[in-house]
Design a binder for this molecule. Sequence first.
Ligand SMILES: C[S@@+](CC[C@H](N)C(=O)[O-])C[C@H]1O[C@@H](n2cnc3c(N)ncnc32)[C@H](O)[C@@H]1O
Length: 303
Amino acid sequence: MEKVREPAAIAQDVLLGSLTKICQEQNDVEISMQFECNRKFSSVEQRLDQRSPIIKKFLLDLAKKYETPGRGVLDVACGPGNDSIYLVHGGFKVFSCDLSDGMVEEMRTCKQEFINNGCKEFENWSIFKANMIEIDAVIDSNKNLPPQYDTIVCLEAIMFLMGDQELKKLFSCFEKLLRPGGVIVVDHRNFEVMAKTGKPVNGGINPFTAVEYRHIAGVAPFAIYGPAPEQKPIAVFLAYERPDGSNLYTTSRVFTREQITSLAKSTFGENCKIQILHDLKDESECPPEGTAIITYVIEKPLE
Ligand SMILES: C[S@@+](CC[C@H](N)C(=O)[O-])C[C@H]1O[C@@H](n2cnc3c(N)ncnc32)[C@H](O)[C@@H]1O
């Protein structure tokens, strides 16, 4: 009888595969992952309630503050649209995109359900498929989409971009698609702590409700470190726990606050306004080791 392999052994295989890729193409690694949405929602209320009141209030207030006529909110790599939905319900014109056919289909079904339930505001919800690093071209070629937006939201998504060039491309798309004076909200898990301690900080303001995983169950002893003498962490190994108790293994790039801040400045200029939040609180209220999610609020300078 075949011996059941330890999760750690499977983990190591997956990690080595990813590591080989990263090493082969230091600067531009393509990783693709097909997301599925098999969550079924039974009511409009349940659908509107996928996010904590804190993040809802945060994004609704931000969208309000930056709203100008004729533009709207662009939700990039939006998954099944958990943030888009309460923004649409809150009266904003929302444009939502994801690379996964499953996510796009889930949003279209959901839109129809809202409309059938008499929520007329959902008639104006725009949903389209796009790779986030090519989103400028997709928007350029679609006359129904405005060329610029007041607010761009990109949550729990940049970790899927494994190469520096991809991340740079994403920020240059943001720059093109954001109106002067507009704002971007982008976040990532606190990978620095994971790489250091081997343990994730779970929870935070935006837990993994978007896909069918409860939380990050564990990570690296398998973190990958760069060359000496700095030996900076490059990637961490993650295990997500599914509701049935099984795990999904994947790797993620390690982002640091310095890296994102410097990319924001090189994209939007040294004087762009950048606010860094720890679980949506001021850094002084939430120490790094207790922070699950780091959020950047970046304002594009007025021309
Ligand atoms: C963890 S989910 C986050 C979804 C949503 N933003 C949220 O916070 O609930 C990550 C999403 O990113 C999407 N994604 C991954 N790579 C992408 C890419 N290159 N372009 C667009 N979407 C991508 C996946 O399909 C998935 O729906």
